[in-house]
Write a protein that binds this ligand. Structure first.
Ligand code: GRF
Length: 189
């Protein structure tokens, strides 16, 4: 699988480590649209080939990226903090094979512009009593593909956006790799 990430890449690293021991899949490529993203340092340390793509190529020349994915024999794409929309040509080339993680309980708190700290602030502002993670398939609309897994964490009035983020991150670290593996296993049996 290839991981697409725009930022720090803690989920990417967690996925790489988990799948290094998996019989179901391996992470063989990390792609970022941000040349300064820390995920690229992690890729180097983890000895996973990485590639920087421009936002223009992503939008206007998805075929260039598709060629690369073919070169690396990629079957699945996992988005782990990738902040750009996946173009239709890529969705069509990878039907039901692109998986994203969203740091809230979709369908709430999703959509364009809803990422990172903004999500946790919105959850706090809405006075939610729970938050969590949603792992879902990627289609043309932001955060609207079929949900394949959700996990919840209880919130108290004392929680801040920061503590909500910490609780959600703990769920990401615990479940994301395992649920990606389960999904791939289900799909191939
Ligand atoms: C995570 O919270 C993930 O759910 C979201 O973006 C964040 C990425 O964090 N989609 P990291 O780059 O994996 O540290």
């Amino acid at each position: 699988m290839a991981i697409f990430a725009s930022g720090s890449g803690s989920n990417a690293e967690n996925l790489v480590k988990y799948f290094s021991k998996s019989k179901v899949a391996k992470v063989t490529l990390i792609i970022s649209n941000n040349i300064d993203a820390y995920v690229l340092m992690r890729a180097k340390k983890l000895r996973i080939p990485s590639l920087v793509i421009s936002n223009t190529d992503l939008k206007q020349h998805p075929n260039l990226i598709l060629e690369k994915l073919k070169e690396f024999s990629i079957d699945y794409i996992v988005l782990a903090g990738f902040l750009r929309k996946i173009p239709e040509a890529m969705i069509n080339a990878f039907p039901k094979q692109i998986i994203n993680i969203h740091p809230a309980l979709l369908p709430k708190f999703g959509g364009k512009g809803m990422y990172g700290a903004k999500v946790h602030k919105a959850v706090k502002q809405a006075g939610e009593t729970e938050s969590g993670i949603s792992i879902h398939l990627v289609n043309q609309a932001y955060d609207e593909g079929k949900i394949i897994f959700r996990a919840k964490t209880a919130l108290t009035p004392a929680d801040t956006p920061k503590t909500i983020e910490q609780k959600v991150r703990a769920l990401e670290m615990k479940h994301f790799p395992n649920e990606v593996e389960n999904f791939i296993t289900r799909q191939n049996n």
